[in-house]
Ligand binder design. Structure first.
Ligand code: NI
Ligand code: MN
Length: 226
């Protein structure tokens, strides 16, 4: 599968011609090289209700007839408030088959209120399995001990936030890598705005010297294969 980072928490995952978008945030994302109008998706995964994760979900879903997969409260909100026709509401611990991938909604430690104040349930991460590969998107979260259980399936890649302030920072990300033990690890949710600026080269050096994982660092708009 091919992963493209669009800055912040936004990822495109391409699997055998199918396109999954995670937390599409383009138009007001200063790090994104593209606008929402230029992007298409078969499936949109949503980790939680915050603006920087849901902002472009409805416009893309309504233009592309994408299936929006989110926690029950958020799936219902897109259906009722944004007329999204194809939604799948689920909850933490549940998994679903998407024909070309299996996605499991896993725990995250973070808040999840929607932009209009509606209840967004709780925040989640995603464990995506396809083509004999397992990829863990921690999404917005603090470090938590159960990451060890998530990693026990054997991870080819973990995507971890490193921006600090709203999520774990660099030091806690190193512990998250030790707990999940992925072959490779990619950073996210940093350098979008000044409050979450990080020295990602320093992060990469720390990963190499302190963990058994290989860091994969790309610029917004760049891709890599898993
Ligand atoms: Ni958030
Ligand atoms: Mn966020």
């Amino acid at each position: 599968m091919k992963l493209t980072w669009y800055g912040h928490g936004t990822w495109l995952i391409e699997i055998a011609g199918n396109r999954i978008l995670l937390d599409p945030f383009f138009n007001e994302n200063p790090a994104s090289p593209v606008k929402a109008e230029e992007v298409s998706a078969d499936v949109i995964l949503v980790s939680h209700g915050h603006f920087d994760h849901v902002a472009d979900v409805a416009s893309i879903a309504n233009r592309c007839q994408s299936k929006v997969v989110a926690i029950y409260e958020i799936a219902t909100w897109f259906e009722e408030k944004h007329s999204v026709g194809n939604t799948l509401g689920m909850n933490i611990g549940g998994a679903t088959e998407l024909d070309f991938a299996k996605v499991k909604m896993v725990q995250a430690i973070h808040s999840s209120q929607l932009p209009d104040g509606s209840n967004g349930g709780v925040a989640a991460g995603w464990l995506l399995s396809a083509e004999q590969k397992n990829v863990y998107f921690a999404c917005d979260t603090a470090l938590f001990g159960e990451m060890e259980t998530i990693g026990s399936v054997g991870l080819d890649l973990a995507v971890l936030p490193i921006g600090d302030l709203f999520t774990m920072g660099i030091d806690d990300s190193l512990e998250a890598i030790r707990l999940t033990n992925p072959k490779r690890v990619a950073p996210a949710h940093y350098n979008t705005w000044p409050p979450i600026e990080q020295d990602v080269k320093h992060w990469g050096d720390e990963v190499r010297s302190q963990t058994a994982s290989t860091p994969v660092i790309v610029n917004p708009g760049e891709s890599f294969e898993v």
